[in-house]
Write a protein that binds this ligand. Structure first.
Ligand SMILES: Cc1cc2nc3c(=O)[nH]c(=O)nc-3n(C[C@H](O)[C@H](O)[C@H](O)COP(=O)(O)OP(=O)(O)OC[C@H]3O[C@@H](n4cnc5c(N)ncnc54)[C@H](O)[C@@H]3O)c2cc1C
Length: 383
């Protein structure tokens, strides 16, 4: 059984269903839904999704940018340009694309429910587990319980499953604060979304924006270094005025996007870091996605890692003789890679935030692509 019907939990459920392994997902929310925000799917993520049978849905709902650019925050000058589109497809066998989180979540949930309409149990907030020789039982706050052969916590960055398994140090505030917003593309100048994926960098500031939903919506995330906001939640409202003030020295095209955000679509949160775990499993319990390796968002790899985990764990469960063997093969395939991504994601921000913005291209020698992350194929990697 899986706890949490987020992107990672649903990817794993679909992988298990396709391998003929019985699975049930318990989700705390009374209804399925995702926060209003975009997500980049690098080729390693879209390849994993294509193997789950979602190629047609991805083509319909995701937007592949022709190229991406890193711009100087004040002048707008392009510091680095990366070709995407056809070139990425040829290089990696899968597209680089941008998608609304809710669209990705819906496509996964629809596919899972098409295989088994009762697979996802909503309104089940996991409270604790107990293990016994033959299996594991999960207890929920609604008074229900469920038993199975194994339990995997796919319950996100604040994972209650992980808290019961491992002694936890408190998460550390990174001093990074982020705003996210969605603006209608029709309300910003055309140059503001050309190319369809752009990043503006300046000392202590980073603004990432890209188009989703067929070019109708501009998704952005704006990061700064600040001490005074320490709420780790994706659903705290902010004001457009606050973002404009914080990015007062940024190019007019950036400020035009921020200024076009409807007030109800502007959110703010503090980023917290946690140390990587050396091992994820205890007996019949394991972890997946942010619950296993909470990753800062600066490389845009968190969801993609959760999807890869889901595919690899499903393969291990299908190919192993016991739960212990499956978890051991899963960790052997995944811990090193996800730890690398956690550590590199925490480092890359220093290169974006450095004072000598003009010299960024010289520093840009370690990123998600140069590290070889895009070549990974969750369906082929040895397990
Ligand atoms: C600003 C920002 C931008 C990002 N951009 C990108 C990007 O461009 N590309 C990318 O790949 N990643 C990105 N990420 C990271 C990505 O969003 C996460 O890594 C991803 O959502 C992790 O998926 P998950 O399934 O592990 O966890 P989640 O998506 O958090 O899902 C966890 C699920 O568990 C449920 N749950 C929690 N507690 C319980 C409980 N007690 N009982 C039952 N259910 C429970 C929750 O309701 C939820 O449905 C970004 C993150 C941030 C913050």
């Amino acid at each position: 059984m899986l706890i949490g019907a987020g992107i990672g939990g649903l990817s794993c459920a679909l992988g298990l269903q396709r391998a003929g392994v019985a699975v049930k997902v318990y989700e705390q929310a009374p209804e399925l839904g995702e926060v209003g925000a975009g997500l980049t799917l690098s080729p390693n993520g879209s390849k994993a999704l294509m193997g789950l049978g979602l190629e047609r849905e991805l083509e319909e709902l995701a937007d592949p940018p022709s190229y991406q650019a890193v711009h100087h925050y004040r002048t707008g000058r392009i510091l680095v340009r990366r070709e995407r589109g056809e070139l990425t497809l040829q290089q990696y066998g899968a597209p680089y694309c941008q998608i609304h989180r809710a669209d990705l979540h819906d496509m996964l949930a629809d596919a899972v429910r098409a295989n088994d309409p009762d697979c996802i149990a909503l309104g089940h907030e996991f409270e604790r587990f107990t293990q016994h020789s033959g299996g594991v039982t999960a207890w929920f706050t609604n008074g229900n319980s469920a038993s199975g052969r194994a339990l995997v916590g796919c319950d996100g960055v604040k994972s209650p499953v992980r808290s019961q398994m491992h002694e936890q140090e408190s998460p550390k505030f990174t001093r990074y604060v982020a705003w996210r917003g969605l603006a209608p593309a029709a309300k910003v100048p055309a140059e503001a979304v050309d190319p369809p994926s752009g990043t503006y960098i300046g000392p202590g500031h980073l603004f990432v924006r890209y188009l989703i939903r067929g070019g109708e919506t501009v998704n952005y995330v704006a990061f700064v270094e600040r001490d005074d906001w320490q709420v780790e939640s994706w659903s705290q409202r902010s004001t457009v005025r606050e973002v404009l003030d914080e990015f007062s020295e940024f190019h007019d095209l950036v400020r035009a996007i921020i200024g076009a955000t409807p007030p109800e679509l502007c959110y703010k949160w503090g980023l917290f870091s946690r140390r990587p775990l050396e091992s994820w499993s205890v007996g019949r319990i394991s972890l997946l996605g942010d619950a296993a390796h909470p990753t800062l968002p600066f490389m845009g790899q968190g969801a993609v890692m959760a999807i890869e985990d889901g595919v690899v764990l499903a393969r291990c469960m299908a190919e192993s003789g016991s739960v212990a063997e499956a978890f051991q093969r899963y960790e052997a395939a995944r811990v090193e890679r996800t730890t690398l991504v956690m550590l590199e994601s925490a480092e890359i921000i220093h290169r974006f935030f450095a004072p000598d913005t003009d010299r960024f291209a010289e520093r840009n020698n370690r990123n998600e692509e140069s590290l070889g992350l895009f070549h990974y194929d969750a369906w082929q990697v040895p397990v």
